[in-house]
Structures are given as C-alpha cells and as structure tokens.
Design a protein around this ligand. Structure first.
Ligand code: NAP
Length: 379
C-alpha cells in the first residue's frame, strides 16, 4: 500500500514536472510556433507546440520551406553523444522565405529566399569570430539543441517558422532549388576541409569514405575542383551509381583487405564521413607520403589512432566542423555556379519517423529533405 502511494505520488510529480516543462516550451517566448520533436531516445518524433522570440532589430523571421535530415539529427534524437536536451526539435539544413525583418536588418527583405545552417549565434568577439570562423567560436549557438544567451534552448528547422539574427543567414542563390537545403550542412562540411587542407588542386587524388549525405557531396565538390575521386564504402551496391551518376573515378570496398592493400599509397587526401566506429589504419595506408586524413564524421566513441603509419609517411590526421557563415555563402554560390546540388528524397513531414528508421540503415540516396512548407500541418 505504502509502496503504491509513493509510486502514485512520484507519478503525479513526474507528470506535473512534465507539463510544466512542456508549458514552458510553449510559453517561454511570445511567438507561437509548431514543430516535430523527439522526447526521448526512442527515435520517434511527434508534434510539439512551442514558441520563438520576437523579431529583434537585427533578426529575420522566416517560414521554413525545406529542411534536410542530417545524421547529426539522428545522433541527437537518440542522444548518442549524451548531450541531448529533450524535447529536441532537430533540423539545421534549412531553406525558407523571409516573412518579417527587424528595423536594423540591412541584408534581407520580406520575400527573400534564405538559408540557415548549424549556427544561429556566436560571441562575435573572439579570434575565430573576427576571422569568419564562427564555427569554431567557443560561444557558438547551434541551431538545434544549443543554448541561446538567455539560457533557453534552440529549436531547429523541423518547424513552421524561425527567428534568426541576420548575421547567421545566407542569401539563397536564385538558381538553386530550395530542396537543395542539405548544402547548408552536408555541403559546407565537405567543401570547407577540401579547401582548407588544400585538397582542391586539379590532378590530386582524393578518397571519400562513406557514401551518405556528406560523402556524396564530398564527391561532387572534389570533382568540381578537378580532382580524381575514389569512393571507399562498405556497400558494394553503391558502386555503379558512385561512378556513373556521381562521377567518381573508382570505388573500393573498405571491408575487402585485398582491394584496400592494392590501392595503398595512392591518395593525396581523404575525407572520412563515417558516422560509426571504424578502423582508420587501412585508410592511413591508402595515403601517399604527406597525405592527409580529414575526419568529419562524428562516431559516438573514440577511434583507435595507429601512430607508426603517421611517422613513416609524414601523414596528418585532422578534423573539420561545418563552416563559418561567410564560407557557407561562398559554398552555395559555388554550388550555383557549378550546378552542384545534393541528391535528395523529398518527403512530407509525417514521413519523418520512417525516414529516421531508413537513415539508421543507410537506406537513402543520399539525403532526406522534409517538405515543411507544404506538409507541416498543425494537429
Ligand atoms: P549518412 O548519410 O548516414 O552517411 C554515413 C555513411 O557512413 C553511410 O552512408 C555509410 O556509407 C557509412 N557507414 C555507416 N555506418 C558505417 C559503419 N559501421 N562502418 C563503416 N561505414 C559506415 O550520414 P551523414 O549525414 O553523411 O553524416 C555522417 C557523419 O558526419 C555523422 O556522424 C554526422 O554526425 C557527422 N557530421 C559531422 C559534421 C561536422 O561538422 N564535422 C557535420 C555534419 C555531419 P557506406 O554505405 O558508403 O559505407
């Protein structure tokens, strides 16, 4: 009896706490908003009423039209990195149309097509910020599951509207379809390291590990830079398409030791986009002397780093995270000029849970994009 009273009291307290939390999401800001959120690690999203801040003097308010589903959303929905604050409204590959601007906004006007990636704030003062590297600012505010300066949690693009400081918004080029929203994360996350690490020189030979959302963009950018590209994949089924459709020059099955050995010492650089723990020794073996292995995938556990192949070939292992706002604008402009768009499967909002299930199985070519503008219905 006592046990059941304690149990019921605990249950009541939990549900009261839950309703206070949900209420605060709905009421913490003045503008009513609606989106889809994950509430626990199950991987299931459901509708959520929440709120957005008023459009401040340097803010742009916009209607979300399309939002990509990045594997980072999946890591966060399932709390694979251990940092998720539920309920989480994911989404950081966002294209929208401006509906309101603050009185000190000078870059945008109502009706403009715009893009927002994974950053909606930074300190604006540090060395990184002053060098257009807001993506490395210790005070950066991520678009979803981040923390605003007022302590409230950021909510991403699986939602009807957003309010973002104009500095973190890019102009969406006229000739890019809005469905190409994955450029805003998958695109810049691969464009940026190819540029920064000097892996963009015509004639170089670049490897791309993992042919998913990021990987297929790495192939497209590396080809546009004039390099030769080898895809390194666990999925032999992706070979024909990698070569015939995406334009890769060759394909290696990473789980075939003979193929990997035969290609040893052939690559100037590698962009590794794999989302799970995997061995990197065979990848280091693929590099020439002075070759560079750049990690952009974010497995939830550390990878083993063998040192001898680094010493003996003066090889480098580096990393890279998204891109600064200026570089995101440069990248979308480059994509427009070179006719580079992601291969996407556009799906309605209600399909999000199925899309998440399929992404877990790498069953997408190569990015799901939610058609928020036409299909997000308030229930
Ligand atoms: P994705 O579409 O799921 O692609 C990941 C690819 O990795 C898969 O298609 C698969 O390619 C390969 N893969 C999956 N499991 C594997 C395993 N166990 N062993 C070997 N290969 C495996 O994911 P994404 O959206 O491209 O994101 C990839 C990673 O980058 C995620 O961890 C994401 O969080 C991270 N990310 C980082 C940044 C950054 O700023 N650095 C930005 C965005 C995303 P194959 O079938 O070809 O083997």
């Amino acid at each position: 009896m006592l046990f059941s009273i304690v149990y019921i009291t605990q249950k009541n307290q939990e549900s009261a706490k839950k309703s206070i939390m949900e209420k605060s999401h709905e009421n913490e800001h003045p503008i009513k908003a609606f989106g889809w959120a994950a509430r626990d690690t199950s991987g299931v999203l459901s509708p959520l009423n929440f709120s957005r801040r008023e459009t401040g003097e340097k803010d742009v308010q916009f209607k979300v039209m399309y939002c990509g589903i990045c594997h980072t959303d999946l890591h966060q929905i399932k709390n694979e990195w251990g940092i998720t604050k539920y309920p989480i409204i994911p989404g950081h590959e966002i294209v929208g149309v401006v509906t309101e601007v603050g009185n000190k906004v000078d870059k945008f006007k109502i009706g403009d097509k715009i893009g927002v990636g994974y950053l909606v704030g930074s300190c604006n003062e540090c060395e990184n910020c002053t060098n257009d590297l807001e993506n490395y600012c210790p005070g950066q505010v991520l678009t979803a599951n981040g923390t605003h300066s007022d302590g409230t949690i950021t909510h991403g693009g699986y939602s009807d509207l957003m309010v973002v400081n104009e500095h973190f918004i890019v102009r969406w080029p006229d000739n890019l379809p809005m469905e190409a929203a994955p450029l805003l994360c998958a695109g810049v996350t691969t464009y940026s390291p190819l540029r920064y690490y000097g892996l963009d020189k015509p004639g170089m030979h670049i490897g791309v590990v993992g042919l998913g959302g990021l990987g297929h963009m790495a192939v497209k950018f590396a080809k546009a830079f004039g390099t030769k590209v080898t895809v390194i994949s666990t999925s032999i089924s992706k070979k024909d398409e990698a070569i015939e459709r995406l334009g890769a020059d060759s394909f290696l099955v990473s789980r075939d030791p003979e193929q990997m050995q035969a290609a040893g010492g052939s690559l100037d650089g590698i962009i590794d986009t794999v989302s799970a723990v995997h061995p990197i020794f065979p990848l280091l073996n693929l590099l020439k002397t002075n070759g560079k292995l750049v990690m952009v995938g974010a497995p939830e556990k550390p990878l083993e780093l063998p040192v001898f192949p680094l010493l003996l070939g003066r090889k480098l292992v580096g990393g890279s995270a998204i891109g600064g706002v200026k570089e995101v604008q440069e990248m979308v402009n480059f994509a427009e000029k070179h006719n580079i768009t992601p291969d996407v499967e556009v799906v309605p909002m209600e399909y999000v849970n199925r899309a998440v299930e399929r992404l877990v199985k790498s069953d997408v070519k190569y990015r799901f994009v939610l058609d928020i503008g036409n299909t997000l219905k308030k229930s």
